[in-house]
Each structure stands twice: as C-alpha cells, then as structure tokens.
Design a binder for this molecule. Structure first.
Ligand code: F0G
Length: 460
C-alpha cells in the first residue's frame, strides 16, 4: 500500500452530542458519585472509555435489519436468521439466545456447575467469576506467567498455562471440574489474545481428562485477527476461517454480542451437547424468555446477526486493532507504563508501575482512573484490587489483585482519531504528575462485584 494511514472504513451517518463539563462540574459529580466512576451520569463524561460493551455504533445495515425484526413470540424469522449466522460462524449446533453474556454464563453454570467444583479459565471476567462463585464453585485463573507481567512483549499473553491446567485437574479430580473455559481475548488480563496452538493444547488436556471445553467468546473476532497477524500458518486465512477453527476446538461457547456482535445488547450460549442445551432452555424460559428470543426483541436478534458478519470484515478488524494500538503507542512513547503489547479492545495503563507510592489496599488504579476523569473528563475503569482484591474479614488490608490496571476500552466505530489524541493528551498530563496522586479508602461496599457500587473517600 502506498499510504500508511489506516482509515476508519466507514463514514459518520448520525451523531450524538458530547457535553463538555468543566473541572468544577466534574469535581462535584465525583463527590456525588462517591468517587466511583460507575456512579457518573454519561453527560458528565467527555470521552467514555468505561467499556467497549454495548457502546459501539451500529451500521446502517444493522439499523435496516432491525426494521425486519419479527416480533413473534415463538419461532420468529429473526431468530432463524440469528441462529443460522451463529451456526455458520461457530459450527455449534445448539444456539440459545440470551439478553447478554452474563445471562449465558448464569444459565451454563446453573446447569453444569455444582457446589465444590473448580472451573479453570485463563482469567475469569468479573461476571464470569461471580457466576461461578454463586454456584458455590471455585473460579481458578491459570493464565501463563507472562500474562501478569505488564512489560513482557509477547504475542499471546492470554494463553492458558497448560501445565497448571493439567496439575489443577489432576489435583481436584476431573469429576470436580465440570468444564474448562478460555476467554478470548483475555479481557481481565490486558485484552491479550490466545493462540490457536494453545486452544489446541487445552483441548488435548480436556480430552485426556474427559472434561468439556468452553470458550468465553466475547471478542472472538479480535482474537482471530491477532492469530492472523501473529501465529505462523494463519497469515493467509480469513478471520472467519480462523474463528471457525477456534470454535471447532470447543464443546460450546458463551458470547456477549455487545462486544464482537457489534450490537448494543444480546448474547448467546452455544453448545454441542443437546442434553445441556435442553436443561439450559428450560432455565431460559424461567428467567430470560422463550428459547427463540431469550430476553431479546426480534430486532435485537437481527442487529446481532448482521453485526456478527460485519465484525469479521478484514478492513474493519485492521482498523480496529490499529486504532487501539495507536492510543497505546502514543502514551507509551511518553513513558506511560502500559500492558504490552496493547490489547485488541482497550489500552491498560499500569497503575502499579506509575504510582509505586500507593499500596494496593489504597487502590492506585482507582486513584489514576479518578484523576483521568478530573483532569479531562475521560472515564476508564479500574481493573485492580477494587475489582479483584479480597476484603479482609478482620478489617485488615485487602488481598491485592495480581495487577493494578486502568482499562481505557474503546467503543467500536464510535470515536475518531481526534478523540483518541485528546485522550492521549490527558493520560500523558496525568502521568507526568503521578507522584502528586494519593490513594483512597472504601467507605461502603456490597458482598459481590463491589467495583460497581462501592463508595470511596480520598486519602490525603
Ligand atoms: N466475558 C467477558 C470476557 C466480558 O468482557 C464480559 C463483559 C462478559 C463475559 C459479560 O458479558 O456484559 O454482556 O453480560 N464485559 C464488559 C466489559 C462488561 O466492560 O468488559 P455481558
């Protein structure tokens, strides 16, 4: 190619205004929200990088598809279109729509996991972990050691540690391991991809012990692109072929269509196991809806069906992964420590590296996330001891999380390069005065998923 600039392979068709609250308004908003960025109103945020989940822009083809939505309670045309796309991409024969990813997790774990079980994963996402623990089982993270070293530059830091997986199943016994899960890309571990070779190795261990293997497939297309770029033998395969091969190695998958379904809502559970599917459908009827809509409107199923096709477009994926890397490279060039190499959907700032003076139990990543908002109205999310640490029952310091990160997740097809340039400027400014930041204490917290609703007070 003659020109090196990779452009957005789309143009803007409809826009939404961004409010520009000033510093005093941001400070007041933070106080009201108890220093929890989940408590902000979206109008109080300038660049919203809280999540890439359900926040992307849909295409005109998706909106057109929504007009075709068939709202029949049972057997709608939209369901069969959705089912056919999911089957075609995954090759998995049983497809159960759900309103989002965690509903698929809840249903899968309710039918497959019992008290005392152990579920291995490279790294559980927060809702996945909570849904496993809710069944009285243990969620065990077995990512390769390099996966928790932010500075190590390696192609597949999301890989499962195969030796630890084998040792874990050996230790607890295969009868207490109802399934093994691998999250692609590894969201809580820096959005790092998993190689096809690693998926094959996990499959082999699962076969050795007779344990089913499931994919947490939220970002399967981004993972497929990394395989194409980084794994020898895949450079000439299409993302669709690579995705199909990834799914061919598993017995099932949970999916949040709010990520690589390019939709604002939706998800599915897919499996090869008809008995598990039958149980899951019964539960679905109880909690989500009839098995041909699973808590979604017919038009949502249409949006997901179109989105799953669009996400595998090479021009889209090239732009997507490049635009995330662009933010990462811009801040890293100014010395800001980040998880390297950049993930697919987000840049993860290494708060432990940037704020060594704030100990984990004073939440350095929360402190950094708050300062990014105060300084420039940029909202990221803490992925550190607030999200994954364990409170001490006797009131002592929390058990820290393995990493203290601030995730800046990039909504799909939503922000332009100048939004990203602005974000980089804010990050660099805050990083340059990192030593002036101080920690926080938690003043209020719920028993589960505390990061969503906990309240904090700044320490001086
Ligand atoms: N698994 C992974 C790896 C995820 O990243 C998420 C959601 C889920 C499961 C649950 O899906 O939200 O549709 O119920 N992640 C979002 C995030 C919320 O911000 O990373 P859901």
């Amino acid at each position: 190619m003659k020109y090196r600039t990779i452009i957005e392979p789309f143009r803007i068709h409809s826009i939404q205004a961004i409010d520009l609250p000033d510093q005093a308004q941001r400070e007041a908003a933070l106080q009201r929200a108890g220093y929890n960025l989940f408590g902000l109103h979206a109008d109080e945020v300038i660049i919203d990088l809280l999540t890439d989940s359900g926040t992307g822009a849909m295409s005109s083809e998706q909106w057109a598809g929504m007009m075709r939505g068939d709202e029949s309670y049972a057997g709608s045309r939209s369901f069969f279109r959705f089912e056919s796309v999911v089957k075609d991409i995954t090759g998995l024969p049983e497809v159960i729509p759900t309103h989002q990813g965690r509903a698929a997790e809840k249903i899968l774990f309710s039918v497959a996991v019992k008290e005392g079980d152990v579920v291995p994963n490279n790294t559980h996402f927060d809702t996945t972990r909570a849904n496993v623990e809710y069944q009285g089982a243990e969620a065990r993270d077995l990512v390769v050691a390099e996966g928790t070293d932010p500075a190590a530059i390696l192609p597949f830091k999301g890989n499962m540690d195969i030796d630890r997986l084998r040792a874990t199943i050996g230790e607890v016994g295969a009868d207490r391991v109802p399934l093994v899960m691998v999250t692609v890309t590894n969201n809580s571990g820096g959005g790092q991809p998993v190689s096809m070779a690693n998926l094959r190795d996990v499959r082999a261990v699962c076969d050795e012990f007779g344990v089913p293997f499931y994919l947490d497939a939220c970002r399967f297309a981004e993972n497929a692109w990394f395989i194409k770029m980084r794994e020898p033998g895949y450079e000439n395969k299409t993302p669709r072929e690579i995705a199909r091969e990834m799914f061919s190695l598993v017995d099932g998958a949970t999916m949040s269509a709010k990520k690589d379904g390019l939709s604002n809502i939706g998800g599915f559970l897919a499996t090869t196991n008809p008995d598990l599917a039958a149980n899951a459908r019964n539960l679905l009827i109880l909690t989500e809806g009839f098995p041909t809509y699973g808590g979604l409107a017919g038009y949502d199923l249409e949006a997901v069906a179109v989105g799953l096709e669009e996400v595998l477009d090479e021009n889209y994926l090239r732009y997507r992964i490049r635009s995330t890397a662009y933010l990462a490279e811009t801040v890293a060039a100014e010395g800001v420590p980040i998880v390297q190499p950049p993930g697919g959907h987000a840049v993860y700032l290494d708060a432990a590296g940037l704020l060594p003076h704030i100990p984990p139990h004073q939440y350095p990543a929360q402190s950094l996330a708050i300062e990014l908002y105060l300084a420039g109205g940029v909202r990221g999310v803490e992925i550190g001891t607030v999200m994954f640490g364990k409170p001490d029952p006797d009131g002592g310091p929390d058990t820290p999380a393995p990493m203290e990160l601030v995730r800046l997740a990039i909504p799909r097809r939503t922000y332009t390069q100048s939004h990203i340039d602005y974000t980089a400027e804010v990050v660099i400014d805050v990083a340059q005065r990192a030593e002036s930041l101080s920690g926080l204490t938690i003043t209020q917290q719920p028993p589960w998923l505390r990061h969503f609703t906990a309240k904090f007070a700044p320490l001086d």
